[in-house]
Design a protein around this ligand. Sequence first.
Ligand code: ZN
Length: 334
Amino acid sequence: MRPIERPSPIAASVDFDADGVQHGFLRLPYSRDDSAWGSVMIPITVVKRGEGPTALLTGANHGDEYEGPIALFDLARTLTAEQIQGRVIIVPAMNYPAFRAGTRTSPIDRGNLNRSFPGRPDGTVTEKIADYFQRTLLPLADIVLDFHSGGRTLDFLPYAAAHELPDKAQERLCFDAVAAFAAPYSMRMIEIDAVGMYDSAAEEMGKIFVTTELSGGGTASAKTVRIAKRGTMNVLKHAGIVAGRPETEPTRWLDMPSAECFRFAEDNGLVEPCIDLGDPVQRGDIIARIHPIGRTGQSPKEYRAALDGVLAARHFPGLVKTGDCLAVVATVED
Ligand code: ZN
């Protein structure tokens, strides 16, 4: 006998089947010292007109990544039903407690939303958010765009990305959507550890899934915000939800062919970058040096590229700890 599925404690104040523009909340009950019967109120906008595909657009899956929330709060305010055919569901800040705190993980339970899928309806606050996306929002979607950047500790070349998938037809559709997003770079991405990711949850449901990494450092720039806004409209056009053709620009395709792409710090200390994001590297070139900071007179440790390519990501803060991701080298596909 199958156990009865426990319903999500999250209640949406919007009707996903109603035409028009609705601004509301996903209300998640959260009883605590300062609010006995309180809730976490996650902003959501639904724009719908008639029949057609559904796009699910999300930012702040990690709370300290800002291009997605900027582009999506803006889109939620400006998108009209007349502009679309189908449905657009916009959640500018998925892990809302983390977004409000300006941190990667939730200040309530330290939950990393992108490691919490499929979530639990009877779990932590973060697991409850994951469960709601897993069982309620993802099943509504045809195409899913989830914005990321490097957050406070990483900085990336601006790229949209998809993953290699077992279903090659689905993989093709994902990479077509990455091309339509038209970031300056497009990445065939591998993950250090894909367990619990929103990406995998969407992909396993057969959805067209596009993610991004658009700079980082716990802030945004005019350039990366423009990339995010244009990319969002491009994906909606590509999906046939908004009329018109995507505004494409040349993109440089990058690949992460193996775990050798990642360099992890094996020392604590002060990072001296030896190349910058986008610079070409050859196997054996020094990417960065880590200087010991306990005393003077000691040599820095050199970190070298394990393959030919370009520097696609780097550790952002000036000080680094053992185990931190120091750099990612991606190969260039010509
Ligand atoms: Zn992220």
